[in-house]
Design a protein around this ligand. Structure first.
Ligand code: LHQ
Length: 264
C-alpha cells in the first residue's frame, strides 16, 4: 500500500517520516489509512535503511481516532463488532509500534482524540505542539479507551488521572500532558517539526541495535520484577556488547572522536 495517499512516507537520513494524511477529517482512521500505516511500519521493521520512525499528522490535527462516518449507525443493520475492528486494524499496528526495535518519535501537531491519542502514546518519544490536546473521546460515544489507552494512561498516570480523563473526555493540554509525564515535552507550535526531525535524525544516527534493546528493556520493566529485569538486562547487554556499533562507540571514546554508528 506504498502508493496510498492516506499516509505520506519519505525516507531521509535514516528517518522514515510518516504523515497521517486525511486532514479534512482531522486524520481520522479509515481502512485505507490503517492498511497504509501498517504497511509502512512493516517496512520500518524490515528495511535496515530505516533507523528511526517519525509519525505526525497533516493539517491542524494529529488524528481524531476512528472515522465515525465509516460506522454510521443511522444506516441500520446489526450493531458492528468493534472487537473485530480492533483485532483486524488497530491492535496489529499497536503491537508493531511497540515491538519495532527502532525508535518511534511522535510529533503531535494538533488535536489527538480517541484511538488517535492512544496511537501517539504508544510511540517511544512523544513531542507535542503547545496548542495540541489529548482527548480520551471514547466515553462521549459510549465506548471504552482502546488502542492501548487503558494500559498507557494507567501505567503512566495512575488510576485517579486515568479514570478522570477516560470518564470525562476532557481535553488534556500538551503542557499538562508533559507536566504529568504522559509525553516527553511540549514545544512551541512553530518549533515542533524542526525539533522532532532533529531528534529523529539524532536517534537514526545512533546505535540502532542498542536503542532497540533499550526500548524492549524499558517496556518489559513495567510488567516484571526487579529480579527478572536484571536477567533481561544481562541478555540484552550481551547482545549489545557484540554489536559493531558498540565496538565503534568504545573506539571513538578512546580516540576522543565522535562515533560513526552503522546500525549494526
Ligand atoms: C471526523 C472525526 C472522526 C470522522 C473529526 N470521524 N470525521 C472506535 C470505533 C471502532 C473501533 C475501534 O476504536 C474506536 C476508537 C475511537 O477512536 S473512538 C473515538 C472516535 N473519535 C472521536 O470521537 C472524536 C470525534 N471528533 C471530535 O470530537 C472533534 O472533531 C475533535 C475534538 C477531535 C476536534 O474538534 P474541532 O477542532 O472542533 O474539529 P471538528 O469537530 O469541526 O472536525 C473537523 C472535521 O473533521 C469535521 O468535518 P466537517 O466536514 O464538518 O468539516 C468533522 O466531522 C471531522 N471529524 N473527527 N472521528
Amino acid at each position: 500500500m506504498a502508493d496510498s495517499h492516506s499516509v505520506l512516507a519519505t525516507l531521509d537520513r535514516g528517518v522514515l517520516r510518516l504523515v497521517l494524511n486525511r486532514p479534512e477529517k482531522l486524520n481520522a482512521f479509515n481502512e485505507d489509512m490503517h492498511r497504509a500505516l501498517r504497511s509502512q511500519l512493516d517496512r520500518a521493521h524490515e528495511d535496515a535503511a530505516v533507523r528511526a520512525v517519525l509519525l505526525t499528522g497533516a493539517g491542524r490535527g494529529f488524528s481524531a481516532g476512528q472515522d465515525l462516518g465509516d460506522r454510521d449507525p443511522r444506516r441500520g443493520g446489526p450493531p458492528p463488532d468493534l472487537g473485530h475492528t480492533l483485532e483486524t486494524f488497530y491492535n496489529p499496528t499497536l503491537r508493531r509500534l511497540r515491538s519495532l526495535e527502532k525508535p518511534v518519535i511522535c510529533a503531535v501537531n494538533g488535536v489527538a482524540a480517541g484511538a488517535g491519542a492512544n496511537i501517539a502514546l504508544a510511540c517511544d518519544i512523544v513531542l507535542a505542539a503547545r496548542s495540541a490536546r489529548f482527548i480520551q473521546a471514547f466515553s462521549k460515544i459510549g465506548l471504552v479507551p482502546d488502542a492501548g489507552g487503558s494500559w498507557s494512561l494507567t501505567r503512566i498516570l495512575g488510576e485517579p488521572r486515568a479514570k478522570a480523563l477516560a470518564m470525562t473526555a476532557e481535553p488534556l493540554p500538551a503542557d499538562t500532558a508533559a507536566e504529568w509525564g504522559l509525553i516527553w515535552k511540549a514545544v512551541e507550535d512553530e518549533a515542533l517539526m524542526d525539533e522532532a526531525t532533529a531528534l529523529a535524525e539524532r536517534l537514526a544516527a545512533g546505535a540502532t541495535l542498542g536503542l532497540g534493546l533499550t526500548k524492549r528493556l524499558i517496556q518489559a520493566a513495567s510488567g516484571g520484577s526487579f529480579d527478572a529485569q536484571l536477567d533481561l538486562e544481562r541478555n540484552a547487554q550481551r547482545r549489545a556488547g557484540q554489536s559493531a556499533d558498540y565496538a565503534e562507540g568504545v573506539a571513538a571514546f578512546l580516540e576522543k572522536r565522535a562515533p560513526v554508528f552503522r546500525g549494526q
